[in-house]
Design a protein. Structure first.
Length: 451
């Protein structure tokens, strides 16, 4: 894909969308946005492959909102359905929609997700009955409304699946097909996935018609993240974690005499049972921590997230799925209790730290059976990650350089992501004009460079 910089004003987005982007100081498209915006406006089905953080939400929201704002769609119907795997992502999409649609009249939206009280359900019901233009929903909750006869998808124009791979991993395949079968007539379908396993390709063949595939390589972690690892046996992981919280951790090249305090920390694990075990162990150590996993009710998850954001909790232990809604700028450290199976998941996890121009620390506990996976991450990064010496009193771990061809996880996927450069921003001047012969509305503002 051509990585030439593309500016929003060079696309076919209408003036109301451009006005909102201008107010938000968004000038240049990210690669996934550059590849998707105009084809979506032109009516193409899209298969987008891009990780979290590449701007994929705007890649589909902006062109869809532009189309809906230009008119020609039923006013008493759901025109766009966006499916998301978790409540957290649905909320983020809904928030993005409010910003992008700031200058639009007549385009209503509702976020539909589980774990709410009866009052919230009634609000969803009212919005659906009135014919919200855009519905953002988790599969289970939407199926519930469909079974109650609360919405009609027969005149749907846009069907969007965000993080489709996550939805399949969470067991929503049958729900997605049930929803798709209820859509009447021709509907433009857009799918986004961080990875492209066979099951996603099969789903794309089923739902998409002559799609344009837009693939964006995995971006590398921020340079401000100090990455390191402990190579250990599985049974040593909890000992290492307890040592870190008991004695602190001093990053390489740190000029501080004292180890850094363990505050504003997220610990990731791929299994909820392990999250519970880590949480119980830290609580026994009197660590001020909380847990986030799918066994909690939505109200409990919301309360936990609020407490962590407010600083009432120092450490959050979380699974990957529920952690995708975490958007906090002051995380000082991320600890991977286990090695993610995908490079994308590793980049996503450690990307929770070193945000908003801050420094950050990422530590990974690499068990013997996961050495191969971690070497694959290093290969993608193009460098070897620092291996920390074992804390005092803990026996040496396995030899990292030993042959790991018999590892139980050694052959789980062999994707070879590449990296791309993010576009830089600029502001177009009045003298440069607009592309494609597009004209502004008579009363539309002309964007000029701010003094």
């Amino acid at each position: 894909m051509d990585e030439k910089k593309v500016y929003f004003e060079e696309t076919q987005l209408n003036d109301n969308v451009l006005d909102a982007l201008y107010d938000m100081h968004f000038d240049a498209c990210t690669p996934i946005q550059a590849g998707c915006i105009d084809p979506i406006i032109e009516g193409r089905d899209i298969m987008g492959v891009a990780q979290t953080g590449t701007g994929k939400t705007a890649a589909y929201l902006l062109p869809v909102l532009s189309c809906l704002d230009d008119g020609g769609y039923p006013e008493d119907s759901v025109n766009c359905l966006i499916m998301a795997p978790t409540r957290e992502l649905a909320q983020q999409i809904d928030q993005a929609m409010q910003g992008f649609g700031y200058y639009m009249d007549g385009i209503s939206s509702v976020a539909v997700y589980g774990g709410n009280d009866g009052g919230r359900y009634n609000q969803e019901l009212e919005a659906l009955k009135k014919g919200a233009s855009v519905v953002i929903a988790t599969p289970g909750r939407l199926i519930s409304h469909m079974q109650m006869g609360n919405l009609d998808l027969s005149r749907l124009s846009f069907f969007i699946l965000d993080e489709a791979d996550r939805m399949l991993d969470m067991g929503f395949s049958d729900d997605i097909m049930t929803i798709a079968k209820s859509i009447g007539g021709h509907c433009q379908t857009i799918m986004f996935s961080a990875t492209m396993p066979e099951k996603i390709e099969e789903l794309a063949r089923t739902l998409l018609h002559n799609p344009l595939t837009v693939k964006i390589a995995v971006s590398k972690p921020a340079e401000k993240i100090q990455q390191s690892a402990f190579v250990c046996y599985s049974a040593q992981k909890m000992e290492i974690l307890k040592s870190i919280f008991k004695n602190g951790f001093k990053p390489e090249h740190s000029t501080d005499e004292e180890p850094m305090k363990l505050e504003r920390v997220i610990i990731f694990s791929g299994k909820k049972q392990r999250v519970k075990e880590i949480y119980r162990s830290l609580r026994q150590m009197k660590v001020n921590c909380g847990e986030m996993h799918s066994d909690l009710t939505q109200a409990e998850r919301d309360q936990m997230m609020y407490r962590f954001k407010a600083g009432e909790i120092d450490v959050l232990v979380a699974t990957d799925i529920v952690a995708r809604g975490i958007d906090i700028d002051d995380i000082l450290m991320v600890i991977n209790y286990d090695v993610p199976h995908d490079v994308e998941d590793y980049v996503h996890r450690i990307g929770r730290t070193a945000r908003a121009e801050r420094d950050g620390v990422a530590i990974t506990l690499v068990a013997q059976e996961d050495i191969y996976l971690f070497k694959r991450i290093e290969k993608f990064l193009g460098r070897e990650i620092l291996k920390n010496p074992m804390p005092a009193g803990i026996a040496p771990g396995p030899d990292y350089k030993a042959d790991t061809k018999h590892s139980t996880t050694a052959h789980r996927g062999n994707k070879k992501p590449k990296h791309h450069d993010r576009s830089k921003k600029r502001v177009r001047t009045e003298q440069e004009g607009l592309p494609h012969g597009r004209k502004r509305k008579a009363n539309g503002p002309v964007r000029t460079k701010k003094q």
